[in-house]
Write a protein that binds this ligand. Structure first.
Ligand code: PLP
Length: 453
């Protein structure tokens, strides 16, 4: 039930006064609270005033199976009652063992060792820590540099944030600059003028090889990449890019990390997208978000047996991967993940995404006819509406940088939550979305953009 006007005002005042939220504008701290949500079901969230809104970004790309799933809540409650916690330092649980085995089946190639963390940032951080440990242990301490890309987002811990390539997120912060080198963003829409998409792919791969040679392959430890750069604006790499990048990594003995925190667990119609969609078998994949459909925090990485075997086993005395969290493999999170996976299977949601995604993408692309929209791009159930000052220059900078926020505000009034990222609106609804809801989502987004012009 909606809260009374007084209760809403009181709660908003508490949030305004005491809550510091991610990417908080300190300039505006204490002035305005974010939307107060009090309920959710299916693909909808409900605000404190009782309005029902389609959850366009599925929370933060995480709410795969939709809200209000009793089976997940019950699995969590049962686990909490039977054993709410176990220390991963000296024990494990049936649900952690089962989940690790399930994930090992889903991942490409021989990626059959799974390490659990508390979310996506800690998954990336832990994977990078493993890479550092791996090379140091093998006696090549100079092999430390991580290649990342412009526009990337890999998390908010120190090392994962160092890999992120969004310059605006780095203002007034120092990061591990000596450890990370950024390559160009694979953004075909804003490729150099006059260059074909194939030519742009050549450019990116040549740039990567030149950088490896400039740094010295013996100094380059890993290449980390989201299959599709998600928060960077759903940047779709040119065809063949990932395969060619992986071939370079193999040539120069560089480990590949596919950051599938967003793309795994059905967002592109597969458990993992690296192999199924992009034809690559990385050495490590990271996951989080969709593994539990966001019902409770969990993340992790899966690593190739061939890599692990180089540092594991009785002949490797003193080989200890000193990294772990109090909540690594938390049993309640693992129980939620198993229940979530059961739902995805029982309801055929991977197949559903593969079936409905072309409709979702086609309907959204109709928005390209609007004067403010430069490009709509995406794959599966992830898409981005890229707003530009004018279609010729594709220049987003001349626009008011809050344009995405203004579109979101209009859309929220009309019944849709948008994920605004500067000049872009990201859409990644729950996997259970059906055609009528897609139609409504597109219609509201159209009106929201029209009102913004
Ligand atoms: N990696 C990618 C590709 C992400 O998009 C995100 C979050 O959006 C992360 C890592 C960090 O995940 P978390 O916010 O769960 O720490």
């Amino acid at each position: 039930a909606p809260l009374g006007a007084n209760a809403v005002a009181e709660l908003e005042a508490l949030a305004t006064r005491h809550l510091v939220q991610p990417w908080e504008s300190l300039e505006h701290l204490g002035q305005e609270a974010r939307t107060l949500l009090t309920g959710a079901e299916g693909v909808y969230v409900r605000d404190a005033r009782g309005n029902r809104l389609i959850d366009g970004p599925a929370g933060m790309w995480c709410m795969q199976v939709g809200y209000g799933r009793r089976a997940i809540a019950e699995a969590m409650a049962e686990q909490a009652m039977s054993m709410a916690y176990n220390s991963p330092w000296y024990s494990t649980s049936p649900v952690a063992a089962e989940l690790a085995a399930r994930i090992a089946e889903m991942t490409p190639g021989d990626l059959d060792h799974v390490f659990f963390t508390t979310g996506g940032s800690t998954a990336v951080d832990s994977a990078l820590r493993f890479v550092q440990f791996f090379n140091n242990y093998l006696g090549r301490p100079e092999k430390k540099i991580i290649l990342s890309r412009g526009g990337a987002y890999h998390g908010s811990t120190y090392l994962s944030a160092s890999c992120s390539g969004k310059e605006r997120d780095k203002v007034y912060l120092d990061f591990a600059k000596d450890l990370v080198v950024h390559l160009s963003a694979p953004n075909p829409y804003r490729r150099p003028e006059g260059m074909s998409v194939e030519g742009f792919c050549d450019f990116l791969i040549e740039e990567m090889e030149a950088k490896i040679l400039e740094l010295g392959p013996e100094r380059v430890a890993a290449f980390i990449a989201e299959p599709i750069l998600a928060s960077g604006g759903v940047l779709m790499p040119p065809p063949g890019y990932h395969r060619r990048a992986q071939a370079l990594c193999r040539k120069y003995d560089i480990l590949t990390i596919s950051d599938e925190v967003v793309t795994a667990f059905g967002r592109l119609g597969h458990w993992f997208a690296s192999e199924a969609v992009f034809g690559i078998t990385p050495d490590i994949v990271t996951f989080a978000k969709g593994v539990t459909s966001g019902y409770v925090p969990l993340g992790g990485f899966a690593i190739s047996r061939a890599v692990v075997e180089q540092v594991a086993g009785p002949e490797n005395k003193g080989s200890v991967y000193s990294n772990g969290y109090t909540y690594s493999g938390h049993p309640v999170s693992c129980a939620a993940a198993l229940a979530n996976i059961r739902i995805i299977e029982q309801e055929g949601l991977l197949e559903h995404v593969r079936e409905i995604a072309p409709y979702f993408q086609a309907r959204l692309r109709e928005l390209e006819a609007l004067p403010l929209v430069g490009e709509v791009r995406g794959l599966g159930l992830m898409a981005c509406v890229d707003c530009v000052a004018d279609k010729q220059s594709k220049n987003p900078l001349a626009l008011d940088k809050e344009v995405g926020g203004r579109i979101d505000a209009h859309c929220q009034e009309l019944g849709l939550v948008v994920r605004p990222i500067y000049n872009m609106c990201v859409m990644s609804p729950p996997l259970i979305i059906e055609k009528p809801e897609i139609d409504r989502l597109v219609e509201i987004l159209r009106q929201g953009i029209e009102r913004t012009q």
